[in-house]
Design a protein around this ligand. Structure first.
Ligand SMILES: [Zn+2]
Ligand SMILES: [Zn+2]
Length: 547
């Protein structure tokens, strides 16, 4: 077993270089094949491949492969390599179960390639077209450059994989040996043919059992095939068919390798479940070199996104986040940050964390423009590169200040949906209503109403104010007078601390009084910006406990 493969690939985060640059460097400076004693030469037009199957729910996790693959592609291009970025729809995959919203009558299509099934919603030619269109519409918003698209069904139909099928069938025994060298139990039996035919009679692909390859044809019988939930019913048909063109496909442990050779793939994303040494990735890596004489591609292993403390996103649990939902609450860059910052650490998403994520993005931006300093030079270089990679467009020439997301969430709640009121508050806080702040305001507002803490400014003095100590009352009254000085948000915050000190109080005692008297709560937004956001006369009256 090739246990060393995975560990060498994942040691990327110590050198300080951005991980995609490290992978790109590894690809460019590679010298040898991985399993053959042969020199390696970078193809003239190397490509980074990304792909997806077309079944299942299109949640934000499905963008992982694309966003991470694109980062390596961009890193290669930045190093002067004329790389290509390609997307391959794995649309020879059969329908495995009936998704929600698809009529029960579709049970007859279980086992049929998704490209050969009519669109249940009637708006596209096929089931596959429906999903691929939706997928592309969505992911265009999350990448800088859209990949060149390919469909496996079309590739086979055009005969673009005939050469590979021929090689694989001639080398069935070698392929079988490689596969079995990774297996401790249930070895693939002699005579196995790494090809799946499409049944000429019923059009299903999972139901055909191929048992012979003779005189340029494969022999198959169409039998029932059990998926986990559903069974693909075989029609019993038996026949000989030429294994080319539209008639079928290679077994996955051969086809993946053939794709690398077909498109000169030098890197491809794969979830962390492929890191184990006997995964389909490494089986194909061996097949690629030993059967196709094509150097095993460099894997871009990554962790999947989890939600709400480590859970898997799942339609049946109902915790799925859709890309459109994301864009209603945060810009695409924030999701790119989540996916790009660390490639091989678990990342968990909670809606409540959105402000921190946005703060991280803002801070990285300030470091990029030199407005803020990073811990040291190494980190600064790393963060600047990461920031560049997160953007899907060229960064603006100059730094444009964006109010923090949490501030925007507060403003939008206090403004109660009025843009004019919001503009007034923003200017009191010392921010400009520029395009960026205009963009963030409704997003943060929606976040606040759905996932944030509600701010309810109390119309009258809350009962809890009756417990204030004399010192707390005096401090509030002092702050009320301070508001006449026209201080900005920084100075006001400082002064509030000074007031606490002046009365020999701990700052939390003052803050508690502020939040109680205004919100009837123990905590709230940062006091400086909070007080400036509200009507001055109202705050002064309230702080003097006059109403
Ligand atoms: Zn459709
Ligand atoms: Zn059949």
């Amino acid at each position: 077993m090739e246990g060393k493969d995975a560990s060498t690939v994942l040691k990327t985060e110590d050198s300080g270089l951005f991980w995609a640059d490290q992978i790109a460097d590894g690809i460019i400076h590679r010298e040898r094949y991985s399993y053959l004693d042969k020199p390696y030469k970078l193809p003239k037009k190397p490509s980074i491949k990304t792909s997806s199957s077309l079944s299942g729910v299109l949640h934000i996790g499905r963008l992982t492969d694309i966003i991470r693959g694109e980062a390596v592609y961009r890193a290669l291009k930045d190093k002067g390599i004329p790389a290509e970025f390609i997307y391959v729809a794995e649309d020879m995959d059969p329908l495995r179960k009936i998704p929600k919203g698809v009529p029960d009558s579709y049970r007859e299509y279980i086992g049929v390639p998704v490209t050969d099934i009519p669109d249940p919603w009637g708006c596209h030619k096929t089931y596959a077209d429906h999903h691929i269109t939706e997928f592309f519409d969505i992911f265009a918003d999350f990448v800088e450059e859209e990949p060149k698209r390919f469909s496996m069904r079309e590739e086979y139909r055009k005969g673009n994989f005939d050469w590979a099928v021929e090689i694989v069938l001639k080398n069935s025994e070698k392929v079988r040996e490689i596969i079995n060298s990774f297996k401790d139990i249930n070895p693939t039996p002699p005579g196995w043919v790494p090809y799946q035919a499409v049944c000429e009679k019923c059009g299903k692909i999972m139901t055909t059992v191929v048992d012979k390859y003779e005189n340029g044809k494969v022999h198959y019988t169409c039998k029932d095939y059990d998926f986990k939930v559903e069974t693909a019913k075989g029609c019993g048909h038996e026949g000989w068919v030429k294994p080319f063109g539209k008639n079928g496909k290679m077994a996955w442990k051969s086809e993946w390798a053939a794709q690398w050779k077909r498109w000169d793939v030098v890197g491809e994303g794969a979830g962390k479940e492929y890191i184990v040494p006997n995964s389909a990735f490494f089986v194909n890596a061996h097949i690629s070199e030993k059967v196709f004489d094509y150097p095993a591609t460099t894997p871009i292993f990554y962790e999947h996104i989890t939600i709400g403390g480590g859970g898997k996103m799942s339609a049946s649990v109902g915790n799925v986040v859709f890309p459109r939902q994301w864009l209603e609450i945060a810009p695409a860059e924030a999701l790119r940050l989540l996916f790009l910052k660390r490639i091989n650490k678990t990342r968990d998403f909670k809606w409540e964390d959105t402000p921190q994520l946005m703060d991280e993005l803002d801070s990285m931006e300030r470091i990029y423009y030199g407005v803020e300093k990073a811990k040291d030079e190494k980190e600064e270089a790393h963060l600047k590169r990461l920031y560049e990679m997160i953007l899907t467009e060229k960064p603006p020439r100059e730094y444009v200040e964006r109010m923090p997301y949490s501030t925007a969430a507060m403003v939008s709640q206090i403004a109660l949906g009025s843009e004019k009121r919001a503009e007034g508050i923003i200017s009191r806080l010392g921010y400009e209503m520029n395009a960026r702040n205009r963009e963030i305001l409704p997003l943060a507002g929606k976040w606040a109403s759905e996932h944030g803490e509600k701010l309810e400014i109390q119309k009258t003095i809350p009962k809890s104010a009756e417990t204030f100590t004399p010192k707390q009352k005096e401090a509030l009254s002092k702050i009320a007078s301070l508001l006449d000085k026209g201080l900005d948000r920084h100075a006001l915050a400082k002064e509030i601390f000074a007031v606490a000190k002046g009365f020999d109080m701990k700052p939390p005692e003052v803050f508690t009084a502020i939040y109680r008297v205004l919100l009837d709560a123990e905590s709230g937004p940062k006091s400086g910006i909070f007080l400036l956001s509200l009507d001055k006369d109202f705050v002064q009256k309230r702080f003097r406990l006059e109403g």
